[in-house]
Ligand binder design. Structure first.
Ligand code: DGL
Length: 278
């Protein structure tokens, strides 16, 4: 039986945190990565632009090479684009949304912090999650617009992270006395160690990585795939809609994702322009 193939999509390098979780849990899954870094960051784009780009790019990726499952490894895109994407393609789609439910289950003092993009912290989808799962918690939201840029730059130069600005951005969590922080953007688990150093008093740091790996396993098993953990799939190919980030290969290797073919300026034949990105 052929190995199952999963396409992992994000606006930038954040989705690699999700891809790494899938690779660690399900090494038999063939992974392809697609980053819309020409549209980055999604966190300051109107919802219609984000949805248009996600639908257009994922359709083009599937036309080039079909997969068994698409993972939208971006909270900012998932909280707005999933219904349109599911209507547009027949392939099953898994989305990533802030882990409010597990955070509420862990918090002892009922004070939770949400660190996400400016778009995610104000999405009605998020308010729905809070009403449903954390109605008895006090939620402090930080939608820091620079953080994703810092992390993209950190991939190319690990010394580039502005640590004092990072600590300053997190002050509202300290003031609110949160004991649990939700990493509601897939870029943030990449710098979990640095975040923990800024707020050593926080007891739980929660992201969606392991839940997405579990969901991926469930859907692939339902589709009839076995041996998801026994075999080892090949290297991870990646397409970026703009130039490849400097240091990408070393970064992927550190995450346990052997780099395969890496393409900048994807899709080469039909760039995303005009109405779809306007
Ligand atoms: N990694 C994306 C997320 O999970 C966000 C980055 C962006 O703003 O484009 O929200």
């Amino acid at each position: 039986m052929k190995q199952p193939q999963v396409l992992v999509f994000d606006s930038g390098v954040g989705g690699f945190s999700i891809a790494a979780g899938i690779r660690a849990e399900l090494p038999g899954v063939e992974l392809r990565y697609l980053a819309d870094n020409a549209g980055f960051p999604y966190g300051d784009k109107p919802e219609a632009v984000v949805t248009g780009r996600v639908v257009s790019l994922v359709r083009q990726a599937l036309a080039e090479q079909p997969v068994d499952l698409v993972v939208i490894a971006c909270n900012t895109a998932s909280t707005v684009a999933l219904p349109s994407l599911r209507e547009a393609i027949a392939t099953p789609v898994v989305g990533v949304v802030p882990a409010i439910k597990p955070a509420a289950a862990l918090s002892a003092n009922r004070r939770i912090g949400l660190l996400a993009t400016p778009a995610t912290v104000r999405r009605p989808y998020l308010d729905g999650l809070v009403r449903e799962f954390a109605a008895d918690c006090q939620l402090t939201r930080i939608g820091q617009p620079d953080l994703v840029h810092w992390i993209e730059a950190w991939v190319s130069d690990p010394k580039a992270l502005p640590e004092s600005a990072l600590a300053a951005a997190l002050v509202p969590f300290r003031e609110a006395g949160v004991d649990t922080v939700v990493l509601g953007c897939t870029h943030y688990p990449l710098i979990r160690a640095q975040l923990q150093m800024c707020l050593p008093e926080v007891r739980h740091w929660v992201d969606s990585g392991s839940a997405i790996a579990r969901r991926t396993r469930h859907l692939l098993e339902q589709a009839g795939y076995a041996a998801l953990t026994a075999a080892t799939a090949g290297p991870v190919s990646a397409g970026f809609t703009d130039a490849l980030p400097l240091g990408l290969e070393g970064f992927m290797t550190r995450l346990g994702l052997a780099p395969g073919s890496l393409t900048g300026g994807w899709p080469l034949a039909a760039p995303v322009t005009g109405a779809e990105s306007a």
